[in-house]
Design a protein around this ligand. Structure first.
Ligand SMILES: C[S@@+](CC[C@H](N)C(=O)[O-])C[C@H]1O[C@@H](n2cnc3c(N)ncnc32)[C@H](O)[C@@H]1O
Ligand code: SF4
Ligand code: SF4
Length: 398
């Protein structure tokens, strides 16, 4: 599909199938072919701990155990998973994510899985997400030895963090972050879950953004997904104006190479498509057993970690198919659009309800705005080339 973008000087045509922009109406024939390499998995996620030492008020994992009993994965289950992956002929795992609950409560198995898996399989990148409250000698040596990418959850200043994650948790997580800084560890980012409680306590999203900028760390800020009105972010935070300012700011940040800054998901999706020709056929391309596998704490396979424990669903394929929804089927920017299917099924999505009804979507307007901005800045070749060349450094899950 060709979408026209009219500016004062020209009409540009955006080919929404191969993400090219041209002043000619003749569609470029270039097609994007997705290749799948045998023996390579893009992502393996393993739930090594259904235990957690915190009980954050918003936790989608029901306090860490996904609605099941608190338990750590044992060696027998880990061995079964390793054997399965080897028997499947897997030679390379691009991203191995050891997850939970709190994964560092099972640090012995964390190390065991890496050691045993890497005997037969090349692991390109090890990752984990932690609440940063478990900092013992074993955790320190694991970091030193395996250099994993760490996402450390920090919701903001002490007042709000402790309100959401429990008294004293901010102090403990900051100790962890200070340790990473002390050892000059660069391979980490902070992740904040932004809620209505932030707003109630007077923390606008910009305040949290500045809080992280001042800490001089990589970070991202995600809106909470929840049905609880006390937690869900008030609409005004997402007005068109605010989103557009964020798009402008993000484009500037990329051009100025401010790699630690968190950029707008709209800019991210548009540039990923236009620069890297990444085409998303379904809402979540990670839900694909050929490229992504997740293992629950008992070793069972699930299409995504969000379907662990009692959260499993038989509606995944239906919701993941953009053609299920008439508005999405005919949408000009559908091949750039990524949405979380678990959020739809659990009733957290603002776009598609848990009953499978299309609600509303502002993304088309925002993507259009973003492409107009790119056309505008393309008049300055120097800025355009910086945008294209720097973007690679902003990729989060390369
Ligand atoms: C389930 S936790 C597991 C890892 C670890 N226990 C932690 O808290 O970092 C993974 C991430 O999901 C985030 N999270 C939990 N519940 C959420 C929700 N309802 N909405 C958005 N993010 C959420 C947490 O803040 C954390 O960054
Ligand atoms: S620390 Fe993580 S797993 Fe534990 S309750 Fe909080 S969000 Fe959930
Ligand atoms: S309508 Fe919205 S949710 Fe549907 S494909 Fe288009 S941008 Fe994505």
């Amino acid at each position: 599909m060709l979408k026209a973008f009219s500016t004062d000087e020209n009409i540009y045509y955006f080919n929404s199938e191969n993400f090219t922009l041209s002043t000619s109406e003749i569609a470029s024939e270039m097609d994007i072919v997705r290749e799948h390499d045998e023996g390579i998995l893009k992502k393996v996620v393993i739930n090594i701990s259904n235990n957690c030492n915190l009980s954050c008020v918003y936790c989608y994992a029901d306090g860490g155990n996904y609605g099941m009993t608190n338990q750590l994965m044992d060696v027998t289950t880990a061995n079964k998973i390793i054997e399965e992956l080897c028997n499947d002929g897997i030679q390379v795992i691009n991203r191995l994510i050891l997850f939970g609950g709190e994964p560092f409560l099972n640090i012995d198995l964390f190390v065991y899985i890496i050691k045993e898996l890497s005997k037969n399989i090349e692991i390109k990148k090890i990752e984990t997400v932690t609440n940063g409250t478990v900092l013992n000698q074993k955790v320190k040596s694991m970091i030193d030895c395996y250099h994993p990418f760490l996402t450390v959850s920090l919701d903001g200043p002490e007042l709000i963090h402790d309100k959401l994650r429990g008294k004293g948790s901010h102090r403990r997580t900051m100790k962890f972050i200070d340790y990473l800084k002390k050892i000059d560890y660069e391979n980490f980012e902070l992740a904040s879950t932004y809620t209505r409680m932030h707003q109630k306590l007077g923390f606008q999203k910009e305040d949290i953004y500045n809080y992280f900028i001042n800490m001089e760390v990589r970070f991202n800020i995600n809106h909470v997904f929840s049905k609880n009105k006390v937690l869900v972010v008030k609409e005004m935070e997402m007005t068109e104006e605010v989103q557009k300012t964020f798009i402008d700011q993000s484009l500037d940040d990329i051009i100025n190479n401010k790699v630690k800054n968190y950029i707008s998901p709209i800019v991210y999706d548009v540039l990923l498509s236009m620069i890297f020709k990444s085409k998303t056929k379904s809402f979540c391309d990670d839900i694909d057993p050929e490229t992504t596998v997740t293992f629950d704490v008992d070793g069972t396979r699930k299409s995504c970690f969000r379907f662990w424990g009692t959260h499993n669903s038989d509606k995944v394929a239906q919701f993941n198919n953009k053609d299920t929804f008439a508005q999405c089927k005919d949408c000009w920017c559908k091949d750039m659009c990524m949405e979380c299917v678990a959020n739809m099924i659990d009733g957290y999505s603002q776009i598609i309800s848990e009953e499978g009804k299309f609600l509303e979507c502002q993304k088309q307007d925002m993507m259009e705005y973003c492409i107009y901005k790119i056309i505008e800045l393309s008049k300055d070749k120097n800025r355009l080339s910086k945008l294209v060349n720097h973007f690679e450094r902003f990729l989060r899950y390369a």
